[in-house]
Design a protein around this ligand. Sequence first.
Ligand code: BG6
Length: 482
Amino acid sequence: WREDYLTILVLGASGDLAQKKTYPSLINLYAWKLLPKNVQIIGLARSEMTNEELRNRLKPHLVEKNGHSKETIDDFLNLCTYQSAPSYGDKETFKSIAKNMEEFEKRTPANRLFYFAIPPSVFSETALAIKETCMQDKEKGWSRLIVEKPFGKDLQTFEELNQTLSEHFSEENLYRIDHYLGKELVQNLLILRFSNVWFERVWNTDSIQCVILTFKESIGIEGRGGYFDEYGIIRDIFQNHLLQVLALLAMEPPTMADGPDAGTFIRDAKVKVLRSIKPLTLDDVILGQYDGYAENSTITNKDSKTATFAALRLFINTPRWHNVPIIMKAGKALNEGKAEMRIQFKDAPAGQFIFQGQACPRNELVMRMQPKEAIYMKTNVKSPGFTSTPIQSELEVNYDSRFEANCNPDAYTRLILDVIRGRHSAFVRDDELRYAWEIFTPLLHEIERSGVTPIVYKQGSRGPPEADDFIEKKAGYIRNKD
Ligand code: BG6
């Protein structure tokens, strides 16, 4: 495959996402020799720009993190060119790009990757233009599309968008990205759950009190008010990232987790979880908005009721998860940035008899996705010395100290490589999205119809204090010290 030809067309090359995520991931793949030798990367957007101007814009995003040398950066930038288009549906532009690709492709296989870092409002015209000008015969090579969220605003808009894409491209060529599926600890769920005898045995309603998925950010919405105020935290984080993580955490074992059919098996298993969740209602949720949110200059509606924080409870109606409350909690402008999956186990039945009323804290398994990936199990041990009180300690795998630095590529780098290798398992299939929207659409419509006012919380706080009561009450959760 190193001798193959590959053209990567980045649509929306002048935008934030392309500059902060797509190009930095591509340089990683380039530097680590994971791209074919014959690769060209064409950026496309509406703004006028020369190749040099694009390169200068990209440079600051390519340096630090992975420590690429100046030489590598220059070599990589030489592969990157830029083309502007009067609109994303402009066929003349795409015809000239197709000609460029043909001239570049000296031999087969010659593959084409289209990265949609553009708003959904222009998906349709872009997809059509690509279909008519840039798609090639299968014998010459593959043509694959990476698509970014938002995948609609509710079930209906999702169906419309999906229809547009599926008119032009088969599911086999579509890769809907949810970058949480590319995070190390999320990818680790399969191995952790199904290769360790002690986890799978307790991973059910007999032992689990509740599951809590948390996403916290210390930053607010910054310059993204235009997008965020329309979508809100539930569409931004819950319907996609948290629900996808939950599907992997809760699914039954897939038939196989590797090999050509893994994508089908894993996504089938996830779909079963999603179909077993009842649509949510207002009773299942608590909403918050940080103080000063609407003062942000990128928000036009100064009376906005868009939630920047939410906590909700749902149930998965399967034998494994019968009556186990699942809590999802996410918010912006909080006291810290952290994403974790937490499973709290039931009280140890013998605790109250054997230890005669001494508190036995509940066991927890915590998988911290970021920052500093770690897995730890809150486990009771005897307090050392002359006493025999149970105290809680951690059995811990800390990725920084256990594994080599840099063994852990970021989510986008990993996922783009998956697309090049034709692996679908960490991408979202259309039916997964359909069921995800079925769970959230009634709630989102109810929130909009009833005009619920979110509870105001202080920037830099843990969110509305009511959320802690909500979680305790709705999930029987007891907060352990961290
Ligand atoms: C994006 C959301 O999908 O994920 C952002 O649109 C959010 O609002 C981001 O900040 C979080 O990603 P990460 O990888 O920084 O946790």
